[in-house]
Design a protein around this ligand. Structure first.
Ligand code: COA
Length: 316
């Protein structure tokens, strides 16, 4: 379990932004083209509607631009751009290239694919760059899963959607906000959830569900233990928005009550790399976070990957 070394240069979040696809698709809309219904989807997943539309670069430019505006920084002062995505617009080059140019950045830019754990992977990677001298890093999580879903497959089409969340991280002289983290992957589970290039998502939903709860709980427990923090000290848990029943089961096992959970799945569906930042910034914009609150991000996804990070909100 990695320990953040004493004296390492930390970072704080100085701006954020979100974007959703421009077309709202309700459960009733889906019921017009496949054998499903609103009641089943709500009860089994917690999803009422989702937004789709736009490319990965377009949504990233929108959320990234908003994060830069909120941070009030000159784009030329950003030292690196990390775009977490599992749905790049092209195989080559990375989608971050287009985003970097459109936002007026002149810095290293790369895509990172860890499926739905991608944003937390990118957050931890950005801290590594900041520890090594970068002053500001733009971290974006975007997915346009509507483009790789078979819209006649009720097993997957009811779950996945499009969105983007971005944050500007700035180096700080103090410890910063990241208190502990865990990144994990078990490639032997690749066949549970995958998409061949040029094809559509294939998923063993039951098996993903069964394992998701366990790997989320394991990762979150490691991260809390690393920081010496117990569940009752967590002010807000921000889980990957895959299925309300997965979130409920994981929070129950961790001992975090549902009123301390950030939930956006009802209107976002599963937006993969965008899921955690969308839920985090929705909570922050809604006034749910105050200075020094402990915020636990925890995700899981195809791979299967898992990732968690503990933040002290607003800490310098
Ligand atoms: N609409 C209506 N009925 C459906 C349906 C749908 N979209 N999908 C399945 N059903 C039916 C099944 O045919 C089955 O009917 P039966 O009992 O008559 O045989 C019944 O509902 C239960 O199906 P089941 O597959 O057991 O549902 P479930 O409770 O496992 O829910 C998922 C299916 C996909 C919602 C659930 O397994 C899940 O969310 N898994 C995790 C997926 C995930 O998080 N993926 C992303 C990871 S990042």
């Amino acid at each position: 379990m990695p320990i953040i070394p004493t004296g390492v240069r930390g970072a704080r979040i100085i701006g954020w932004g979100s974007a959703l696809g421009n077309k709202v698709v309700t459960n009733d809309d889906l019921a017009l083209t496949m054998e499903t219904n609103d009641e089943w989807i709500r009860e089994r997943t917690g999803i009422h509607r989702r937004s789709i539309g736009g490319t990965t670069a377009e949504l990233s430019i929108s959320s990234g631009g908003a994060a830069l505006t909120m941070a009030g920084v000159d784009p030329s002062t950003i030292d690196a751009l990390i775009l977490a995505t599992t749905t790049p617009d092209r195989s080559v080059p990375a989608s971050s290239a287009k985003v970097q140019d459109a936002l007026g950045l002149r810095c290293g830019a790369f895509d990172l694919n860890a499926a739905c754990s991608g944003f937390v992977y990118a957050l931890v990677t950005a801290h590594g760059l900041i520890a090594m001298g970068a002053q500001r890093v733009l971290v974006i999580g975007t997915d346009t899963l509507s483009r790789i879903v078979d819209w006649t497959d009720r097993n997957t089409a009811i779950l996945f959607a499009d969105g983007s969340g971005a944050m500007v991280l700035e180096a700080t002289s103090g410890l910063g906000q990241l208190m502990s983290w865990d990144l994990d992957a078990d490639g032997s589970l690749e066949e549970l959830l995958y998409c061949e290039i040029g094809s559509t998502v294939q998923m063993n939903g039951k098996e993903v569900f069964r394992r998701a709860v366990r790997i989320m709980v394991d990762s979150a427990a490691k991260t809390m233990q690393q920081a010496g923090v117990t569940a009752d000290q967590i002010a807000l848990i921000v889980p990957h928005q895959a299925n309300t029943r997965i979130i409920t089961a994981a929070c129950e096992r961790l001992g975090v009550p549902m009123e301390k959970t950030a939930l956006t799945i009802e209107f976002t569906g599963n937006t993969s790399s965008a899921s955690i930042p969308l839920a985090l910034f929705h909570a922050a914009d809604g006034g749910r976070l105050k200075q020094n609150d402990l915020v636990l991000l925890v995700g899981f996804g195809a791979g299967m990957t898992a990732a968690s990070a503990l933040l002290r909100w607003g800490a310098q």
